[in-house]
Design a protein around this ligand. Sequence first.
Ligand code: ADP
Ligand code: TRP
Length: 336
Amino acid sequence: MTDNIKREVVCSGIRPTGNLHLGNYFGALRNFVKLQEQYDCYFFVADYHSLTTHPTPGNLYQNARQILVQYLAVGLDPERATIYFQSDLPQTAELYLFFNMNAYLGELERVTSFKDKVRQNPNNVNAGLLTYPTLMAADILIHKATRVPVGKDQEQHLEMTRTYAQRFNSMYGSEVFPLPQAVGSPAGLVKIPALNGSGKMGKSEGEASTIFLTDEPSVIRKKIMKAKSDSGPTEMNQKKPEEIENLFSLLKAVSKLETVEYFDDLYNRCQIRYGDLKKQLAEDMVAFVEPLRQRILEVGADEEGLRRIIDRGKEKARASADRTIAEVRHVIGYRD
Ligand code: ADP
Ligand code: TRP
């Protein structure tokens, strides 16, 4: 690809609120790695956003650094993509301010993730939590990104990003911002289930339901063997209940197609033994996660290399953000 062809821009981030897990990997990271081959990519650690739910983080930098290490360990390449900390880009905060001027209380209060967070933590309903979608819009639009690799749970936030882009454009009679789309795998946006039988795998689902990229083999085996199942099918070709469907979803993520078909066939013939399925799943999971875990340890040990990557990412991200902010200030009418 020559440099004078303008490539489409991709942007995404993950909040540094814990170690990355298989849901993050299949919902987001795996696509980050693929997209960096073809697009002009910006991947960041969302360390402003983490304050919405973790206002006094014990060790903000260490947590953010750990996400960066995991980005690099799964294959993000600072030579191809711009990789940076959200807080190294204060231009995002300025764009957030402009979007907030045109964001309405009613629409922000209706956001599903906001309502969930209010329910989970009624004593910390701060304005940052309410305006999470305008900050996310600013993250994406500061680089005029058109594609955003995320899991299914972020669809609504992307819809709001389009709303704020469009509202800004029509308010100031300009075409400054594109309307970005969420991108998942070819089969659509992904949801990796939790091991406890229902819901999505996630940091907030608790240790036992979530497989982290930093989990040691013995931990993975233990978690999988304890995953929820039932007493087995009683009729041929019976529809799978959610907890069994979930085990198959995990198998599909990390095992060979033949393995999935083998257990699917046993299930349909009512001859499945979940103990065997779980043992196979655990081994395939270990084979998948262990090389990543090793790589995380290696990358994390190179402090100097990390510093260089952080400084370079900051510089590249700022150059892109400065261009957008200059244009935004101009169309709003501030003195150039
Ligand atoms: P968590 O839910 O663990 O807090 P985040 O909200 O930080 O994770 O998610 C970071 C990225 O990973 C987002 O793009 C999100 O859509 C994706 N993601 C998180 N959990 C899952 C999951 N279980 N399945 C698919 N994608 C997921
Ligand atoms: N909201 C995303 C999540 O919870 C994290 C995020 C913040 C993000 N800003 C973003 C994702 C911009 C994509 C683009 O996972």
